[in-house]
Design a protein around this ligand. Sequence first.
Ligand SMILES: [Zn+2]
Length: 63
Amino acid sequence: MAVNLQEDCTCIICGLKKEEGIHIVSEFICDTCESEMVRTDVKDEKYPFFIHQMKRIWYKKNA
Ligand SMILES: [Zn+2]
């Protein structure tokens, strides 16, 4: 799942500027992190990190 964008956006997960990725609310997740999140199992040690980053998006949205 990739969307071509006009400008680089900073990924909220890895913090890198990427050209391709998805926008969730006003935040951006690069295609690399998006595909990694899809692959990550709930039991994976990375999973809580992804959830933590995702929660930051919702807190900002509801702030
Ligand atoms: Zn990323």
